[in-house]
Design a protein around this ligand. Sequence first.
Ligand SMILES: [Zn+2]
Ligand SMILES: [Zn+2]
Length: 109
Amino acid sequence: MTKLFSKNDNSFICENCHTLVNKLGYTSRDHCSRCLCSKHVDIMPGDRKNECRGLMVPISCTISAKKGYIITYKCTKCGAVHNNKAASDDDFKVIMSVMNGTYDKMFIN
Ligand SMILES: [Zn+2]
Ligand SMILES: [Zn+2]
């Protein structure tokens, strides 16, 4: 069994860009550090009870004084929207591309 997007901070292969994403180390890794994509596995954060398993892609990003970069995701399968904090090693250029609307051209085929 391959664990994908585990909330227990395991490494995983991104389903969008196929990068091996290593453990984060300080909190649960929940999205790809290269393309920022995530997977729809939670109903409540961390519960992994969602049967959807769709690819979650970043649709916008805002800056919070307390939390840093907050990425808003939309599930490509069911259309659900939710927010995630950016991780410390997320590619800043990609975060910027989400903010300025060029992300789709870079990562979504
Ligand atoms: Zn990726
Ligand atoms: Zn979904």
